[in-house]
Design a protein around this ligand. Sequence first.
Ligand SMILES: *Cc1c(COP(=O)(O)O)cnc(C)c1O
Length: 338
Amino acid sequence: MPGAGVNAPLEFTSTYIADGPVNYARVGNPTWSAFEEALGGLEGGDALVFSSGMAAVSAALSLVPLGGAVVVPSHAYNGTTSLLDQLAATGAAVVRRVDPTDQDAVRTALDGAALLWIESPTNPMLEVSDIPALVAMARECGALTVCDNTFATPLVQQPLADGVDVVLHSVTKYLSGHSDVILGALVTPSTDAGRELHARLSTARLLGGAIAGPMETWLALRGLRTLHVRLERATGNARELAARLEGHPAVTRTRYPGFGAIIAIEVEGGPDAAERVATATTLWTHATSLGGVESQIERRRRYPAEPETVPEALLRLSVGIEDVEDLWRDLDRALTGR
Ligand SMILES: *Cc1c(COP(=O)(O)O)cnc(C)c1O
């Protein structure tokens, strides 16, 4: 429209003048709609923004009937597994942990299950699932599927196209991309069944109250505009660094799925040596989280909630968009203790 701003409106209001389409801002906000339209377009469905990735996880788990069984990767994001443990402790859900790459184990675990939780690649072990195969198994058992697509982003994989029922994002990570907001989202397919799920999840947001702030949503929308450029650069950097790390004498194992910008390495000398590397870098930020323009490094087992099957000396590297030679110099120096 001539004269209109080129950006979506940032609307701060708690309520609206009566008799319009939305009557109160816990129901909707124009800034949410702009973000949801953009993310829905990328994932090929209808999006709902939440106040955090975990708020989106909570809403997605509200689809599980009381006492229902949830099949989840052993190395899923530890906030997700901790929440599932809490639900299990009160009898609200039954939790079955599996290696998602072991399809026989998944098939067995799915017997009578209400929900299959997919996270691919997993955090931080970077296991990659065959999403269409898992969806087919879940369908056979009548289980819903949720796919946490935070690591891959819709530019790498679009799980709705593989038949997944609900896609989840910690928008905090790649989608906003600048380490300045906490936000989450769910996306459902634009089918009759998808629209029904969308309505249930929208009600979970409305009544659970975990709604996104307009400012955070606006920042996420701004970040989303450069997702493809950031991810292309970060992925190029990650490919190069993963190849060099493979041959590094201080690195005993490199995990890189071949796409995306997260690498996991194990270093010589155990957890203390790994901590020393994480704190010795200067360009890489020693911090939790990932998906920002700046590179981040962290030893995941510093968290008691991290499963014991994650190696003690594993460092998760979230590769940013800096100059790859600068990143390598800093990492190599930290690894060799120079
Ligand atoms: C960070 C993260 C979450 C949780 O999101 P928040 O925005 O921190 O609440 C969920 N899943 C994955 C894979 C994550 O990395």
